[in-house]
Structure formats: structure tokens, C-alpha cells
Write a protein that binds this ligand. Structure first.
Ligand code: XLS
Ligand code: NI
Ligand code: NI
Length: 441
């Protein structure tokens, strides 16, 4: 059955197109540097936001009208798979991502839940045979069900730890079955509300234990996906253990897990942590830990994870700058962990939203590549740090000096000369590059 009957395959028509169902900037086969846009951007559709969510929020009921609404239970799950693959095909996206509960309803027991999952996974596998859309990552939802009220691997209740482990085990098996390129751990409720009733040390140790068990099991079953931690500072708990990349990296190193994981960085989580998106990307990149991206954006006036589709071009430019500098995302991609607004409840809005996000990242990619080619920031940076390429600076970075020698150097200084950081100049140049990209230059 077809669900989006009034929409054809979305094509690239260029920046002058007035067709809302066309890409204006995302031209999959266009070469940027040594890769095509499609190879660089590796877009993914988030199953939960696009096919499962009803657009309810904490203050109001769902508003989404979806052509699969008439079904329920397993029939609904199957209808969503059909709709999903029609959507992937029409949008031309190479990837999708899901949580276990997004694709199949939970049963009355773990066994029943797993059986439901097996049925839908078999159906997805079948659809994947005729589709070019692959699984970027899957994950276990260990946060929605009331049993996870006090956390999953970090719960005070050992039975809940066991249950979470069982769901991760199944998730790894599903990932292997569908050829997932990554496996994500977002610590939905892995954090705490208050220290007054919390054994922080035990909870973090247990989280580390579950990750080790996952690494071992993946190895045992021959599932070689890249493991990814998705940091988020808060929400739903007031303090999540995977706060940001820096604390996540310290966690991984402390528990000896750093060789088995990278990070899946979400823009809105970065801003919730009080960072910019590019800060998190840069921090992960320079430590060789940038794995994948949840491409969305927060609302500047709202303090929670609003998961908007990414349309802020400055943000996509700076994100793509980091991704290009990283040599791409390897097995990772740009997963639209983004939902249409509650007021955008028509099925067509799902297309408009993804087209907007894909075009925004295409612009980001084009502009970022030009900024790199022309060394707009690199030139300034090279010049700013040139004191470390000779003399005392060279001695510092090469480890050929000590406090005594540095004091000697400092005592001999008659004048210290600093230079401008040139921030306004760089910002004006970025505007110029952005507007030239619009003009197609
Ligand atoms: C929630 C997270 C979640 C993860 C996957 O804020 O972004 O959707 O991406 O569990
Ligand atoms: Ni996410
Ligand atoms: Ni999120």
C-alpha cells in the first residue's frame, strides 16, 4: 500500500526552483572536494520522530494526522514499515535509525516483546533487500517504560539492570541482523534526580559494567558496528552521566572503554550542555572520537530538547567544517533526530522538514569546503599560533624547556606584543562566502 500518494520522488532542481517538493541545494551527485554530496552527508531518517511520534508534548495531545493512523498493534507497526520505505525511497536518503520500541509494540513479557521485534525486523530486512536505504544505527529504548523510573543500567534495582542488559543484548542481535553500521547508547535515564538518595559511584560503575558486557557480546556474535555514546547533560534526569563529550570521554577512559566507543553528537544536546554544536564536534574530533551526528537544532528561547529540523545555516556550516576536517564521518552519518513542530501535523510536513534539513546541510557543506580551501580560518589560526613554530615556542611544544629556562626567557623580555584575533573580519568573510554560495558562485 502507498501512503504518500500525492508526492513523487524528490529531485534536485537548483536554487531557483519554486517547487516545494524539490531540493534547492542538495544535489546528491555533485562533487565537493573528493566526495559527492551524498557520500559526505550520509543522511538518516529518525524512525521515532517521523513514523512513530504523534506530536504530543507535555501540555497537549498528539496532533499528527498520518495515513497509517487507522491501524493498531502489529498491523500499525507493519504499516509504518511500508510507509517508511516509501518515504526513504521518495526522499532518496541512504540511512535510517530506530529504537526497538519505535518499530514494534512492547508485549506483556520480554519474550513477547522480542517476538514482536523479530517479526518486524524480518519485514524490515525484506524491504531492505530492494532498497538502497541502510541502517545507520539502532538502539534500545531503556527509558520510556515505567520500569526504568530509576534508570536502566544505573538503576538502584538489579532486576532493572538485568532487564536493560537483556534489551541491549537483543538490540545488538537486531543490529547484526540488519547490518547496522553503528550502535547507539543514549543514557535516557542514566543519571540522577537528587544525590540525597543516590549512590553515584555504584551507578556509574554499573554503567561501565553494562558497556563492557555489550562490547564483549558484540564481539562474541561478530557484530562489528561502531559503538557510540550520545551525550546529553539533562532531561529527563536533572543530571545525566554522559553530560557532554568531555565528561563522556573521561568516563570511557576511566572504565577502559575508549577504544570501543566514539560519540554521536546531537546539536540540541550540545546547546543544553551550555556548549555550541561545533564545540562538541571539535572536542570529539581532536580526540579522534567523532563518530556520528544527530542533526537537529534547539530553540534559542526554550530550555529543552526541542529537536527542531536544522535550518540555521551558520550551524550547518560550522558542523560541516568539523566533519570535513574529520575526513568525513566514517561509518557515521547525519541522522535527523528532529521532529516537525506540533502545528506542522500534516504528512506533507515530513517531506518539507527533511528537504529543509538536507538543503541546509548541503549549503553548510559547500560553504565549509570553500572556507577550508581558501584557508579563511586556517590562515588566521596559522598566523595566530606562529610563535610556537620557532624560538621559545618551538621549545615549549617540543618539550625542550622547563620552568627555569622559561623564567630566564621571561626576564629577558622588554616588551610583549599581542595581535588582534580578527573575529569581526572572519565573521564578515563567512557572510561573504555564504552569500556567494547562494548566488551559485
Ligand atoms: C533524546 C535522544 C534520543 C537518542 C536515541 O534526547 O536524542 O533520541 O538520539 O536514543
Ligand atoms: Ni539524539
Ligand atoms: Ni535528543
Amino acid at each position: 500500500m502507498a501512503y504518500f500518494t500525492n508526492i513523487d520522488k524528490i529531485k534536485y532542481e537548483g536554487s531557483n526552483s519554486t517547487n516545494p517538493y524539490a531540493f534547492k541545494f542538495y544535489n546528491p551527485s555533485e562533487k565537493i572536494g573528493d566526495k559527492t554530496m551524498e557520500e559526505f552527508l550520509r543522511f538518516g531518517v529518525a524512525y521515532w520522530h517521523t513514523f512513530t511520534a504523534d506530536l504530543s508534548d507535555p501540555f497537549g495531545a498528539g496532533t499528527a494526522t498520518r495515513p497509517w493512523d487507522k491501524f493498531s498493534g502489529m498491523d500499525l507497526a507493519k504499516a509504518r514499515v511500508e510507509a517508511a520505505f516509501e518515504f526513504f525511497e521518495k526522499l532518496g536518503v541512504p540511512y535510517f535509525c530506530f529504537h526497538d520500541v519505535d518499530i514494534a509494540p512492547e508485549g506483556n513479557s520480554l519474550k513477547e516483546t522480542n517476538d514482536n521485534l523479530d517479526t518486524i525486523v524480518a519485514m524490515i530486512k525484506d524491504y531492505m533487500k530492494d532498497s538502497k536505504t541502510k541502517l545507520l544505527w539502532n538502539t534500545a529504548n531503556n527509558f520510556t517504560n515505567p520500569r526504568f523510573v530509576h534508570g536502566a543500567a544505573s538503576s538502584n534495582n538489579a532486576d532493572v539492570f538485568a532487564y536493560s542488559a537483556a534489551k541491549v543484548k537483543k538490540g545488538l542481535e537486531v543490529g547484526k541482523e540488519l547490518g547496522a553500521e553503528n550502535y547507539v547508547f543514549w543514557g535516557g535515564r542514566e543519571g540522577y534526580e537528587t544525590l540525597l538518595n543516590t549512590n553515584l559511584k555504584l551507578e556509574m560503575d554499573n554503567l561501565g559494567r553494562l558497556f563492557h558486557m555489550a562490547v564483549d557480546y558484540a564481539k562474541e556474535i561478530g557484530f562489528d558496528a561502531q559503538f557510540l555514546i550520545e551525550p546529553k547533560p539533562k532531561e529527563p534526569t536533572s543530571h545525566q552521566y554522559d553530560f557532554d563529550v568531555a565528561s563522556g570521554y573521561a568516563f570511557l577512559q576511566h572504565y577502559g572503554l575508549q577504544d570501543h566507543f566514539k560519540f554521536n553528537i546531537e546539536a540540541n544536546h550540545a546547546t543544553l550542555a551550555g556548549h555550541t554544536f561545533e564545540h562538541e564536534l571539535r572536542y570529539a574530533r581532536v580526540h579522534g572520537m567523532l563518530g556520528s551526528v544527530d542533526a537537529n537544532q534547539g530553540h534559542p528561547l526554550l530550555g529543552w530538547d526541542t529537536d527542531e529540523f536544522p535550518t540555521d545555516l551558520y550551524s550547518t556550516i560550522f558542523a560541516m567544517y568539523e566533519i570535513i576536517k574529520n575526513g568525513g564521518l566514517g561509518t557515521g552519518g547525519l541522522n535527523f533526530d528532529a521532529k516537525v513542530r506540533r502545528g506542522s501535523f500534516e504528512p506533507e510536513d515530513l517531506f518539507h522538514a527533511h528537504i529543509a534539513g538536507m538543503d541546509s546541510f548541503a549549503v553548510g557543506l559547500k560553504v565549509a569546503q570553500k572556507l577550508i580551501d581558501d584557508k579563511v580560518m586556517d590562515g588566521v589560526i596559522e598566523d595566530r599560533y606562529k610563535s610556537y613554530t620557532e624560538g621559545i615556542g618551538k621549545d615549549i611544544v617540543e618539550g625542550n624547556t622547563d620552568l627555569r629556562k622559561l623564567e630566564e626567557h621571561a626576564l629577558g623580555l622588554t616588551e610583549i606584543k599581542n595581535q588582534s584575533g580578527k573575529l569581526e573580519l572572519i565573521k564578515a568573510q563567512i557572510n561573504q562566502y555564504l552569500l556567494k554560495a547562494y548566488a551559485g558562485e
